[in-house]
Write a protein that binds this ligand. Structure first.
Ligand SMILES: C[S@@+](CC[C@H](N)C(=O)[O-])C[C@H]1O[C@@H](n2cnc3c(N)ncnc32)[C@H](O)[C@@H]1O
Length: 313
């Protein structure tokens, strides 16, 4: 009984608390941005919101020109069946799981279930999972699949199917252990060369029918690192990708978000994919048909005959 009373007393103060927090954030943001600009010898542009600076069509054209022939390309339509119907069904069943998170995350997860053949998956790991809710639909629909979670924030506990530490060195995991890996909104947070190093670790831990989905895979007109000045030290910002432009983003609340240019995607990230892995880049059309904020396309690293459904049907 005490709880509803306390909640009722707190309710009128909430708008005030929100207003005060927003004001405090705004002044912290300006102060930290100035401090970073004074402290480091690199230009920091300020932007709000994140804008890739070029149309998706133009980016895809550049991707197509830059990609070597042995990297596959595939195009999918979010506004047409089977993906439109799969997402509608997923949202009806699991929309409640994404309360306060939003439809973009639900779409990422619905696509994971469409693009990976879970009937052939014995062990799955969501890499850099943080608090991702994908485990709930997974447990409901694919209760026989071993569901692992990995994140820098976790302590390894194999009995609970949790892998902690850097994803690029999952030393506790045997070679060939997982049939499927996913990175949802994660790869862009891997700092320095961690994302490039992850490719050989993916090759090591995937089974011989394994596949790894990375979605979204963020691209922009230039190679760039977005960050929230309140979340990071000047020293860290100074060390962000030398080849990248630096952008402070108001309200981003993340310390690092890398967007490759089509050219650096190839020269930096995909330049040394082991011969035991194939890579496919997907482009999604009709992204606005589901939600104007959805911006996704992704890379898939997979064995030649894998659990990745490499077709449009
Ligand atoms: C935005 S969160 C991802 C959220 C989650 N995948 C989801 O979709 O809800 C990014 C995560 O990447 C993790 N991370 C960053 N670098 C990492 C690394 N090298 N290895 C493992 N996790 C890393 C962070 O700890 C953070 O939890």
């Amino acid at each position: 009984m005490t709880r509803p009373i306390t909640e009722a007393l707190k309710a009128p103060a909430r708008p005030l608390v929100r207003w005060w927090r927003a004001k405090a954030y705004a002044s912290r943001y300006c102060r930290r941005l100035q401090e970073h600009r004074r402290a480091i010898r690199r230009r920091i542009a300020a932007t709000d919101p994140i804008d890739p600076g070029v149309s998706v069509d133009a980016l895809w054209q550049r991707v197509d020109n830059a990609l070597p022939a042995d990297i596959g390309r595939s195009e999918r339509w979010l506004g047409r069946p089977p993906l439109s119907t799969a997402f509608a069904k997923y949202w009806t069943r699991y929309g409640h799981v994404y309360d306060g998170i939003g439809r973009e995350k639900a779409l990422e997860h619905a696509l994971t279930f469409e693009l990976l053949d879970f009937r052939r998956i014995h062990r799955y790991c969501d890499v850099a999972a943080a608090t991702s809710p994908i485990r709930y639909p997974l447990a409901d629909d694919w209760g026989d699949v071993e569901a692992w979670r990995q994140d820098l924030l976790f302590e390894t506990d194999l009995s609970k199917q949790i892998v902690g530490g850097f994803a690029q060195s999952m030393d506790a995991i045997e070679p060939g252990f997982f049939d499927a890996l996913t990175l949802h909104c994660s790869l862009e947070h891997f700092q320095g060369t961690a994302d490039v190093e992850l490719i050989s670790e993916i090759d090591r831990v995937l089974s011989n029918q394994g596949a790894c989905l990375i979605l979204p895979l963020y691209l922009a007109t230039t190679h760039r690192v977005y960050f929230d000045p309140t979340k990071v030290s000047s020293r860290a910002v100074q060390g962000y990708d030398e080849e990248g432009d630096l952008f402070a983003v108001y309200g981003y609340h993340q310390d690092h978000g890398r967007f490759h240019s089509p050219e650096t995607l190839v020269s930096r990230f995909l330049h040394d994919v082991p011969s035991t892995l194939d890579a496919t880049l997907l482009r999604f059309h009709d992204d606005g048909s589901l939600d104007p904020d959805i911006y996704l396309r992704f890379a898939v690293l997979h064995r030649s005959d894998s659990v990745f459904r490499d077709r449009n049907d």
